[in-house]
Design a binder for this molecule. Structure first.
Ligand code: PRX
Length: 571
């Protein structure tokens, strides 16, 4: 048993409040803070932007944006005007309540204007990570029947427009372009649009955000979130991110992933806090520079990034003034105790692990400022959340027993459906009243949760969820490949790396050129993060009699473990 712990901080949510909240807290207490309390109607962007723009906070900086080429800032009032303009632009393109507007651009202020502007007019926004390639983009736009796509002249070449009859308009952000009926210029229409908008008032249960994520079988699934999620997004940003009036907050995640929307947009802005966005790729110098330039106080990032920073060495941190930092958090993958110790050494701060998922819509199990941290543990359930370890029959297990990490249904930010796929949605609820996360974990005698792994075959590489089925399906589209099985293998920096076992069709021989070609094929069709870093060619792959590749056996081969029960394997 791990006995090490790092004592609590003071934070604005103190241990008394916490203990009291665990006993008595009810989400309805938070509801009273929003306007639906009076009107019954809501729009998350009103609460995140306009509410502050119409208050004494109007001239406070909402967004600091910086990348290699641009350095800009926008007050809450300016954000209201910009998102109004974007909203009016979408209205002109006939966006109606419930329509899907997808945003497929690198980070830029315009991305944030469009994301929020579209929600303002009642649309459901689908953010797409810029590294997605043709097939990945197609699957998502097709499944969601997107009406509008905001993208750039560079990225639009990856969108198979001819196969997407439902897509009415492509809005290109960037250089001047020659417009057609379908392809229009963001600059032009945004410029022309009024900065006053009649916001669309929504019901709490109306959709606002559609994030595609991977499971172990089937195509990526569209996780739908509703305006009601704001209750928990707002509250966790206070309790766990510990955001206060004067904080300068930086979340490093891209809005293509759920952390980048929920805590890169809504968490801070629902609380009226100044938000920093650093565009461009990970680069240690730029990252430390960002903390120094903006005097960042609260920093939310991911284990892979911390491990990369740790790998570069501590000398680099001495070249920057990082004294403004007061609170650091992590999400997306297991946070190694070693990284927590590194954080204590170089920042003199604890790194607070937080656990949640695309599906949960907000944080669930966390380390708060007021809790002692046990390095390696994800912390405890937040007030209002009941988490437990259950066995495969739905029985709650006692402490220190490993099982399914499950959550009692009924939290505000829970996904409301899987787009177009009610059966997939049902798969999460195999045990009465419990949401089954797919993670395995145990809870210790003090109520701390310890992540053990995924129960399914989902691969978490650098905090990005990759479905093995999606990669396998792509691989077998390559002319040389007969069969493919994909698993995650442990990696010290990325958490996991993707490995593909491949059997070739007759007439093909395994060569390093072919290996490279296969990697490029996946990269160009799906995305860089889905590329198998390791490929091993095999004569034959282990399959069940019904023809399913047995990833369990592949894992056992890889890790030199016993292969277990092989009774279902074909001869
Ligand atoms: O396996 C868990 C892992 O990431 C999965 C959720 O991935 P995604 O939906 O992409 O959301 C990531 C960010 C919210 C989980 O099922 N995961 C997330 N947080 C942690 C984690 N694994 C270990 N420790 C964490 N703190």
């Amino acid at each position: 048993m791990n006995m090490e712990f790092i004592p609590a901080l003071r934070g604005s949510f103190n241990l008394n409040d916490y203990e009291n909240a665990v006993e008595h807290f009810d989400w309805s207490e938070v509801e009273a803070k929003f306007s639906w309390f009076k009107t019954g109607k809501i729009n998350i962007v009103h609460e995140a932007i306009d509410r502050h723009a119409l208050s004494t906070k109007k001239d406070k900086v909402a967004l600091y944006y910086k990348d290699e080429y641009r350095k800009e800032q926008f007050t809450f009032k300016e954000m209201m005007e910009m998102t109004n303009k974007a909203g009016n632009m979408f209205k002109k393109f006939n966006v109606l309540k419930g329509d899907r507007v997808f945003i497929y651009t690198p980070r830029s202020p315009e991305m944030y204007f469009c994301l929020l502007g579209a929600i303002k007019v009642g649309a459901i926004v689908g953010p797409l990570f810029e590294a997605f390639m043709d097939a990945a983009v197609y699957d998502r736009l097709n499944d969601s029947e997107a009406k509008i796509l905001v993208t750039t002249p560079e990225l639009v070449s990856r969108v198979p427009l001819e196969k997407l009859p439902k897509l009415e308009k492509i809005v290109l952000v960037g250089d001047e372009i020659e417009e057609t009926d379908q392809i229009v210029s963001f600059n032009k229409h945004f410029e022309e649009a009024s900065d006053e908008l009649e916001i669309e008032w929504m019901d709490r249960e109306d959709g606002m955000l559609l994030h595609y994520t991977s499971g172990s079988t089937g195509k990526p699934k569209g996780v739908l979130h509703v305006h009601n999620a704001m209750i928990q997004q707002y509250q966790t940003a206070q309790w766990v991110l510990d955001l206060n009036e004067d904080d300068i907050y930086w979340c490093t995640a891209d809005p293509g992933w759920v952390t980048g929307t929920v805590y890169g947009v809504f968490g801070p802005w629902l609380n009226g806090v100044t938000n920093v966005v650093r565009g461009g790729r990970f680069n240690p110098n730029d990252w430390y520079q960002t903390i120094e330039d903006y005097s960042v106080t609260v920093w939310y990032s991911a284990p892979t990034a911390f491990r990369m920073l740790m790998g570069i060495g501590e000398e680099l941190t001495q070249k920057f003034n990082l004294k403004s930092l007061r609170h650091i958090l992590s999400v997306g993958e297991p946070l190694n105790p070693e990284v927590v110790r590194w954080g204590l050494r170089v920042f003199n701060l604890r790194i607070h692990d937080t656990w949640w998922m695309t599906e949960t819509g907000a944080m669930m199990v966390c380390n708060y400022p007021c809790l002692n941290i046990k390095p390696g543990s994800m912390g405890k359930p937040i007030p209002g959340i009941e988490a437990a370890i259950i066995d495969d029959n739905g029985n709650v297990l006692p402490p220190n027993r490993m099982g399914n990490l499950a959550l009692k249904m009924g939290w505000p930010s829970m996904m409301r459906s899987i787009w177009n796929n009610p059966n997939k949605y049902k798969e999460y609820f195999t045990h009465n009243g419990w949401y089954i996360s797919g993670d395995s974990a145990y809870m210790d005698e003090d109520g701390y949760f310890w992540f053990q792994g995924r129960i399914d075959d989902v691969i978490n590489t650098s905090g990005e969820r990759v479905g093995p089925f999606e990669v396998e399906s792509k691989l077998v589209e390559h002319p040389a490949i007969a069969e493919a099985g994909v698993i995650g293998i442990p990696d010290p920096v990325q958490g996991m790396r993707i490995k593909a076992f491949i059997s070739l069709r007759e007439g093909y021989t395994p060569t390093s050129d072919l290996e490279e070609e296969i990697r490029l094929f996946v990269k160009e069709e799906l995305s860089a993060h889905a590329v198998p870093k390791k490929i091993e060619f095999k004569e034959k792959l282990p399959k069940t009699r019904s023809g399913k590749i047995m990833r369990r056996v592949l894992k056992a081969w890889e890790l030199d473990l016993p292969t277990g029960d092989l009774s279902t394997m074909e001869d």
